[in-house]
Design a protein. Structure first.
Length: 308
């Protein structure tokens, strides 16, 4: 809650200030661009973005569609939540399918026992942006998520190939955003740029926002690979030297089942998740995403190619 800084003067709380900034960014985009879209995976960051969009334009319907880049290897609980939340808002959902990209020869599935499709999302996303002529794409990147994320501004310019050049950042002095672009180019927009994982969970608690059930502690059959707990699922092959076992886990992030690891936890409420997050020393992606462990520059390299 906000507090009073002096007689007749109201001071915004930390979360209120973050919310106000994000609402301003969303309204600026709708005023400035012709065909924006909001990326929505069903994960906590995109869930918060959807809540912010709802607030920004209430009581009107969302003035842009939401789009999920579907790897085909998603957690069923997340897909069910995605469809239910979109229906509640009467939002327009567009699904960009990695499987369709593979079937058409635009992408090639990774070989081996751990065929992650996270990296294949880039081609599918860029094709969808071109097909629908989106000129602004809302993404849920936060400042604490990964080193490469911190290099981007609120508006991230992408060229006609969807690529990002970290040396070509546009200044954003006094909160002024430069959305100029030519036909075929677009801007990635990050309304949560100043948020942290802890901020997101505190906002979820404050607003009473529903999230997929996999964020809360539950029993699941898993196996350990490269120091991560991966769920036993139809999309990965458990190797002979890997032992499966059942334990109590939850997920800090939502992604491809083949590379998104669980963490052992007993947190069954948002308040308990907040307490866990407050003392964590590992970023969620560094701790639970196998595809972000290739190198220190793996995310930056992928973003240069057009990734989220």
């Amino acid at each position: 809650m906000g507090g009073r800084a002096g007689a007749g003067q109201y001071q915004l709380s930390h979360l209120e200030a973050l919310e106000a900034q994000s609402l301003h960014i969303m309204r600026e985009v709708v005023a400035e661009f012709e065909r924006p879209v909001l990326l929505f995976s069903g994960g906590k960051d995109s869930v918060v973005m959807l809540r912010l969009a709802e607030k920004a334009f209430w009581p009107a319907r969302l003035p842009f569609p939401v789009m999920h880049v579907d790897t085909g290897h998603n957690f069923p609980e997340v897909l069910e939540f995605r469809d239910r939340r979109v229906a509640e808002l009467d939002a327009q959902l567009k699904v960009a399918s990695v499987q369709e990209s593979i079937d058409s020869g635009r992408s090639v599935d990774d070989p081996g026992p751990n065929p992650s499709r996270n990296r294949l999302q880039t081609r599918t996303l860029l094709d969808a942006i071109t097909e629908h002529r989106f000129d602004a794409v809302f993404g849920g990147a936060r400042r604490d998520e990964e080193k490469a994320r911190a290099k981007e501004r609120v508006y991230s310019f992408r060229d006609e190939f969807g690529q990002w050049d970290p040396k070509n950042q546009r200044p954003e002095l006094w909160g002024l955003y430069n959305g100029r672009h030519r036909s075929g180019e677009h801007i990635r927009v990050f309304p949560l740029s100043d948020w942290t994982e802890l901020d997101v969970w505190q906002y979820i608690a404050q607003e009473g926002i529903a999230v997929p059930s996999i964020y809360f502690s539950h029993r699941r059959t898993v196996f350990r690979r490269d120091g991560m707990l991966l769920a036993v699922n139809p999309f990965v092959t458990v190797l002979d030297d890997e032992e499966t076992f059942e334990t109590t886990v939850r997920y800090r992030t939502v992604g491809d089942m083949t590379c998104t690891g669980a963490v052992e936890s007993n947190a069954v409420t948002v308040e308990e998740i907040i307490a866990e997050t407050a003392v964590s020393r590992l970023t969620e992606r560094g701790a639970t995403r196998a595809d972000d462990r290739f190198s220190e520059a793996s995310m930056e390299d992928r973003k240069r190619e057009g990734y989220f």
